[in-house]
Design a protein around this ligand. Structure first.
Ligand code: BGC
Length: 737
């Protein structure tokens, strides 16, 4: 054992006091009274040792960033996950800096720390916030036993453009679902107390509207009306803050011409003044430096000034604060009170996190025992099963009988590269492949594999071999799609096709005339029209993480019944993008058929998506009937009660996600064609019926009106309930204030 290992083995983890907010504030204030100005700047800096560009720092004595830590010039550390390294950095801060202020350690734990859960967009398809909360708890447990204090999650950027590589990290296109999921992540990460040994702090991101980068191009411009911003995009962030998120990260994009990292409207007017948020703001990576590229700051000194004035507290990677804040204060260009405010937030957070009580609280010996446990794997499997969307299933092709002879064909059949982007510390080796899963379920003798082609090149030399394997089977299971590196940050695509020659492979196999089941992997919605028209069943598998193969096999064999619904619409073609269910009402809408050809339309594809938000099949069949409203009119704070009967008309037990949408019949501004307002996930035995009860009140009907007030107007509504955003069982009611 090395000395460090010995020291780590001796660390104790006694119960920590749970200071309330006032106590933390008072402790932070007291500490601040002993701090020099420089030490205060230090609390505003997050150092990334892997990208420590500390040249040109005023107080640099050596080239070693440990020196900065000793001088109290570092507040937190980014992306270090090695326990020994974390211990050493913390020890330096605590024992060698003048005031011994502990560092906090931030890391991107997005959909898994060591146990790989499905990508976030996939888990959003579960429509089950409780599941998300449980998943976040496991992520927090693994991360908090890996030296990590804070995760930069959840990402609640609302998305509509699958070309953007980061849709995989999102909760999809709907503001209501996004809110539910965002809150569930925050609750799961932080649990009841930040000082608990099992929780980590949550930093939601990217404030604001990063999901709307123009044309899906990474780091691109965002420009939209304030109404659009408030109605669709801000609620996700607000929900996370209401749930107690410790921090919020600014986005790379501009909003209304100003980079988000120095955007006073976002960071001060909305976040502090309107919402009264008291946690800290952090920039995204080098988003401060990037103001030089945006050309809104002429130099780093201006970056620092604009950012602190706008309300940025903590700089990630960029060093403009520790370089220039002192000079700006001396020149009377920045008021010291702003530095005090920011520093106070940082220290208050550290007190809340228990770091002053035990700076080594997240450091343990023999850590492997905490990771990838049977329980966490089991939850990963449950999450994966609940994320897989059944898009098509003609003639009950699925599930397959146990004796079916399967030809598994495709480049994703035997690979374990199934974690998905932003996989934290999850290893590919933890992932069960599709082949392994099918063999476990159907037996080695019943599963033949052929790769057929690679994911993304033009090589068709393996087609023949795949054809031969497929010839001898009862059914062809295609495992196709994107590689896990084709989505994520800076992974925008202009095409939404299944890449390489995979479509050609599918066409060739189609000529055999055998049933084909396509299992499609991707970090984004893809164009699937050919598959919809030509194969028998489609399972959309996203990236499912550690339990990929077993969860797919459970669904293919019928051990599990699919229940997921799309959290993001799938276009027919990239040319329709953005295409989403809750679009504004237009003049000459396509559906009415008025004005014959002169209406909102394409001449080559429909206006609507191939698969819309909320869509997803089950092996069971569900029917909605007998919608009854408690009243035809509600007033003031009264609630409308809607009851509907849901019946499983099939002989297979199943789970349905019932969705309630409203349509506003007239308002002072144009509203979406439909708005999701409630969901319920219900288990139904074969042939069972249940009566579902929903409640709708004024707040559900409210919208940013012509004067930008969030209010319900006195008007008429249609209520729709069903298993998809095009649910067609409906009734009318009106609201009167
Ligand atoms: C991403 C953030 C992430 C940060 C730190 C940035 O490039 O945009 O989402 O939290 O890196 O890793």
């Amino acid at each position: 054992m090395s000395n460090i290992e010995k020291e780590i083995a001796e660390l104790a983890h006694p119960e920590l006091p749970n200071h309330n907010d006032e106590e933390c504030l008072a402790l932070a204030e007291k500490l601040m009274s002993q701090m020099t100005l420089k030490e205060k700047f230090g609390q505003l800096f997050q150092l990334a040792p892997s990208n420590a560009n500390i040249e040109g720092l005023q107080w640099q004595e050596t080239n070693d960033f440990n020196d900065l830590i000793k001088q109290g010039l570092v507040g937190s550390i980014l992306s270090v996950a090695d326990i020994k390294e974390i211990y050493q950095l913390q020890k330096t801060a605590v024992t060698q800096s003048r005031l011994g202020i502990p560092l906090f350690f931030g890391y991107d734990i997005i959909h898994g720390c060591h146990t790989g859960f499905p990508i976030n967009l996939a888990m959003a398809c579960s429509f089950e916030p409780k599941l998300i909360e449980r998943v976040a708890q496991v992520m927090a447990f693994e991360a908090s036993h890996n030296g990590i204090t804070m995760t930069f999650s959840p990402m609640v950027d609302l998305v509509r453009d699958p070309r953007w590589g980061r849709v995989m990290e999102s909760n999809g296109e709907d503001p209501y679902l996004n809110k539910l999921m965002g809150q569930a992540y925050v609750k799961g990460f932080q649990q009841d107390s930040l000082s608990s040994y099992n929780s980590i702090a949550s930093c939601c991101k990217h404030f604001a509207a990063y999901g709307m980068v123009e044309a899906g191009r990474e780091y691109n411009t965002v420009d939209m009306s304030e109404r659009e911003l408030r109605q669709y995009h801000l609620p996700g962030y607000k929900a996370c803050l209401d749930a107690g998120a410790s921090s919020i990260m600014t986005s790379f994009n501009i909003y209304n011409g100003v980079p988000a990292t120095a955007n006073k409207f976002l960071l001060r007017d909305i976040l502090r003044n309107e919402w009264g948020y008291s946690g800290f703001t952090i920039s995204d990576y080098t988003s401060s430096y990037e103001m030089l590229d945006h050309k809104t700051s002429a130099n780093e000194r201006e970056v620092a000034k604009q950012s602190i004035l706008a309300g940025l507290d903590h700089e990630m990677v960029s060093t403009t604060y520790i370089k220039y804040l002192e000079e700006l204060i001396t020149a009377n260009e920045v008021n010291e009170a702003l530095i005090n405010e920011a520093c106070l937030r940082m220290l208050t957070f550290k007190y809340k996190s228990g770091l002053f009580d035990n700076p080594y609280k997240n450091i343990y010996a023999n850590v492997d025992q905490y990771y990838l446990t049977n329980n966490s794997r089991q939850l990963a499997k449950e999450a994966a099963i609940k994320s897989i969307v059944l898009l098509k299933n003609d003639n009950q092709t699925l599930p397959l009988k146990p004796t079916t002879k399967i030809a598994l064909v495709g480049p994703l059949g035997k690979t374990n590269e199934l974690v998905g982007a932003w996989g934290g510390l999850v290893k590919n080796e933890s992932c069960v492949t599709v082949y392994e899963g099918l063999v476990n379920q159907f037996g080695q003798a019943n599963v033949q594999f052929a790769e057929g082609c690679n994911i993304n090149d033009n090589d068709s030399s393996l087609f023949e071999q795949a054809y031969e394997v497929a010839k001898n089977s009862d059914v062809i299971v295609l495992a196709i799609g994107e590689s896990q590196t084709m989505s994520g940050e800076a992974k925008s695509r202009a095409y939404l096709n299944i890449p390489g020659v995979q479509n050609e492979l599918a066409r060739k196999l189609k000529s055999l005339g055998k049933p084909i089941i396509a299992i499609v992997f991707a970090g984004r919605p893809l164009e699937l029209e050919w598959y919809q028209n030509n194969v028998d069943a489609i399972l959309f598998a996203w990236f499912l993480g550690s339990e990929t193969g077993d969860s797919i096999a459970d669904i293919v064999s019928g051990k599990a019944n699919p229940s997921a619904k799309l959290a993001m619409s799938f276009p027919y073609t990239v040319g329709q993008v953005p295409v989403y269910y809750n679009q504004y009402k237009t003049g000459r809408p396509s559906a009415t058929g008025k004005y014959s050809e002169f209406r909102s339309c394409y001449i080559d594809v429909p206006n609507y998506p191939l698969y819309s938000f909320g869509y997803g099949l089950s092996y069971s069949k569900f029917e909605y009937s007998n919608l009854q409203l408690s009243k035809k009119q509600i007033s003031g704070k009264e609630k409308l009660v809607a009851k509907v009967t849901l019946t499983n008309t099939s002989s297979i037990d199943g789970v349905e996600v019932a969705q309630l949408y409203i349509e506003c019949k007239s308002f002072s501004v144009v509203r979406p064609v439909r708005e999701l307002k409630a969901i319920q996930k219900i288990s139904l035995k074969a042939h069972e019926s249940k009566e579902l009860t929903f409640e709708i009140g004024a707040n559900d009907l409210a919208y940013y009106n012509i004067d930008m007030e969030f209010t319900p107007e006195d008007t008429d509504y249609i209520i729709y309930i069903g298993g998809c955003s095009n649910a067609n069982i409906s009734d009318n009611f009106s609201y009167n204030s």
